[in-house]
Write a new protein. Structure first.
Length: 113
């Protein structure tokens, strides 16, 4: 598949999963859950969805997302019309929390000067 088409497809998947997560009603998914990155295999059979959880337990949120992955995949198949809807694997990514912590530390250094 051409590179630009794969990029467009991963962005479509990211946008749709973000929208689908708003309708998931699992009590384990608390706080702000945001999709950081989506990586789709070249044959469209697997996708890794990197999520960041702020204000909740990341392990519990991953368990909730894993149990809701069938529903999310079904909704994704209804919204994006491709031949094969990829299996979704959710992976915790704490890069947003790390960047907030670094920003806070830099702010404290600037106040000290």
């Amino acid at each position: 598949m051409a590179g630009y088409r794969m990029d467009r497809l991963t962005e479509d998947i990211k946008r749709e999963i973000t929208d689908i997560l708003r309708s998931v009603k699992d009590p384990r998914i608390t706080g702000l859950v945001s999709i950081v990155k989506v990586v789709v295999s070249s044959d469209l059979s697997y996708s890794k969805v990197y999520v960041s959880v702020i204000g909740g337990d990341p392990n519990e949120a991953l368990k909730g997302l894993k149990s809701a992955s069938g529903y999310i995949r079904h909704e994704l198949a209804n919204r994006i019309h491709i031949r094969k809807t990829p299996e979704i694997k959710f992976i915790c990514d704490d890069s947003i929390e790390q960047s907030a912590r670094i920003s806070k530390m830099l702010g404290e250094l600037n106040k000290g000067e």
